[in-house]
Design a protein around this ligand. Sequence first.
Ligand SMILES: Cc1ncc(COP(=O)(O)O)c(CNc2cccc(C(=O)O)c2)c1O
Length: 455
Amino acid sequence: SDISSPVSNLAAIDAAHHLHPFNDMKKLNENGVRVMQRAEGVHIWDSTGKKYLDAFAGLWCVNVGYGRTSIAKAAFEQMQELPYYNTFFGTTTPPATLLAQKVTSKAGPHMNHVFFTNSGSEATDTWFRLARVYWKALGHSTKTQIIARKNGYHGSTVAGASLGGMKYMHEQGNLPIEGIHHINQPYWFGDGGDLSPAAFGLKIAQELESKILELGADNVAAFVAEPIQGAGGVIVPPETYWPEIVRICKQHNILLVSDEVICGFGRLGSWFGYQHFGFEPDMAPIAKGLSSGYLPIGGVLVSDRVAEVLINEVGDFNHGYTYSGHPVCSAAALENIRIIEEEGLVERVRDDIGPYMAQALGTLKDHDRVGEVVSVGLIGAVQLTTDKASRRRFAKPDDAGAAVRNQCVTNGVIVRATGDRMLFSPPLIISRSEVDQAVETLGKALDWLKDHYHA
Ligand SMILES: Cc1ncc(COP(=O)(O)O)c(CNc2cccc(C(=O)O)c2)c1O
């Protein structure tokens, strides 16, 4: 098939050849694929010319917005100069080294090393192995078990999907692999019952301590959690949660891994989510906002505690990828971070547009079909409910969420729905009027839900 064929043909070609992630291919091919063609700022156009406000920044990742020619230029120039070389055989390239310096300069005084990967999933697999290597080097070779959370998301590699807490992923491929255990998530709206959020936060955090004692602290290597669970539905933990998690990890001597793939690079109004919540993890996977999605790149921030052992005790860490520290991806990420710095986007999220979005989303709180509204920096969620007082959910949460999402997309605003939670994660450059447009469109979709959806 001639790839220059007119765009209208693409749907047929796509149906014939392209297997999509997380899609029912039969349904997709019946509905036909939407071809996204170009983008600028916070807007994206499909091949029919329809314009959308992308309030989800692609997949949580286009932090600096679309159309940044300086990133394209940085990649182009690097590609001309040196399109690829590896970092395996005692070699590096300038962008890889400079990016390592730049990223760790934002990560706080205790984080001075980074291991590069191509994605968040590969970052997950990296810290998963490194955690065990660390304890073995210290003579604690029984400390191999990893604790994670139900409804957490850490990627789609075998370890990533196993560490994630999504049942529908475990069922495909006989997961989780051994050595991985899940505790509950701090989702007060769904699981808090009559407890106050503060009491619930402590209770759920203390499940970590029970799990550690059940497994035996001498067998537990690490606990992994997203500061705020993204794909799980923007689950913001109660205030009491993180301090208790930190206490437990310290007391039982297990590594704390903060998954920053979504919460990193300004999303919460700080460079990394752990800074917003005031703790210092031992390792932190990163990706998405690292390059704003312009090119695939990820990594693991490694604290001095772990790096010191890795460097001085381990010898060869037999792990890594062909494209670890890819020079073109690193050059794009460097320019991306320079934009975030130069335009003060982290501070803008913390002091201006983040509070603005929280206030704008808050206007939906009183809607009959809204159970709760949460918003931190530029990540937010509107929880749907059939009855506010009892916090009753829809019989088919996924359907309700998809119906509301479709209303928004039809009206030109792209949001995400996880179950019956409507999620916002716009580019950090979004303007106040664009926030208003997104919130108004969601408000209209909620009215539609109330009038037309009774499942
Ligand atoms: C917290 C977290 N950790 C790891 C990954 C894996 O990253 P890669 O995809 O680059 O391997 C993610 C990715 N998060 C992600 C990926 C794809 C879709 C959605 C969604 O919310 O629909 C979310 C993530 O959100």
